[in-house]
Design a protein around this ligand. Sequence first.
Ligand code: AHM
Ligand code: MG
Length: 319
Amino acid sequence: MIVTVQQHILQQQDELFPTARGSFSSLLSGMTLATKMIQAKIRRAGLVDIIGSAGDINVQGETQQKLDVYANQALLHCLGTRESVAMLVSEENAQPVTIDRSETGKYVVVFDPLDGSSNIDVNVSVGTIFSILRRPDGVHGEAAVMQPGWKQVAAGYVVYGSSSIFVYTAGHGVFGFTLDPDIGAFVLSYPNLRMPDRGTYYSVNEANADSFPVHYREYLGGLRAKGYSSRYIGSLVADFHRTLLKGGVFLYPPTEKNPKGKLRLLYEANPLAFLAEQAGGLAIDGSQRILDIQPEGIHQRTALVMGSRAEVEEFEKKT
Ligand code: AHM
Ligand code: MG
């Protein structure tokens, strides 16, 4: 018997959110629809004119790829039409996108439409990351987004790799679904994902190592001395997906170029930290638990050390 993501979400909703009255499952179905549209476009990269730059610079100062623009529009459209959505916050938009329901909608959705998009032209895995927050009563606008990650209602990602895999948590375990292209549905393939307590890989951009704080360098040296191997794709979703399945540790330390780290708290670190913890792993910014950080800006950056419990705890002993 196959279980589709839609069936799974409805079951979870009945068991865990009996009062949600379908709004949560409708919201997540907007997410699966958008990511199916994005994956379909990615699969045709090279066949249609979708590779390369769109000619604009986004709020992060990065060149927008055509697929970044397409992915962002797909998510804004598919989520913006769901009744429960109050506001959408995207890596690609400087300000939150408010909709008619910004003062009545129940949820705020924060997302990175196409993470790792500089990898797209060379056929390397990319992904979409999302985080869902409840809009606090009486709060709207940017203030509704400034919530620490432990308040997330749900979070997940889709990795567009050799297959497309949708992974999510609603705070009661982590579940993975593989897109079956024959039927166009995400089908349960990883029931109750657990991250191994320890792994054999570390994942970091070692070209920056000279400007890592000294305790990061010592820690990585210690892992090498223990025989760890290195894996770094440069697409956060793909590096995280491997870490979730195989264990080990992913790091994006502070560097000279990015003294506060490169990755964004609200739509990269928080959702993946929620998934990591739900799978038995840990995620810190070098000293503090990621999910405890009180955000101050929607595009705020953070350093990130995330992965198996044993490796992250060993890092903590260095601080
Ligand atoms: P993006 O959201 O603009 O694609 O940037 C984030 C990406 C992550 O996917 C990845 O972990 C990181 O940037 C790689 O950075 P670097 O090239 O500095 O190693
Ligand atoms: Mg990103």
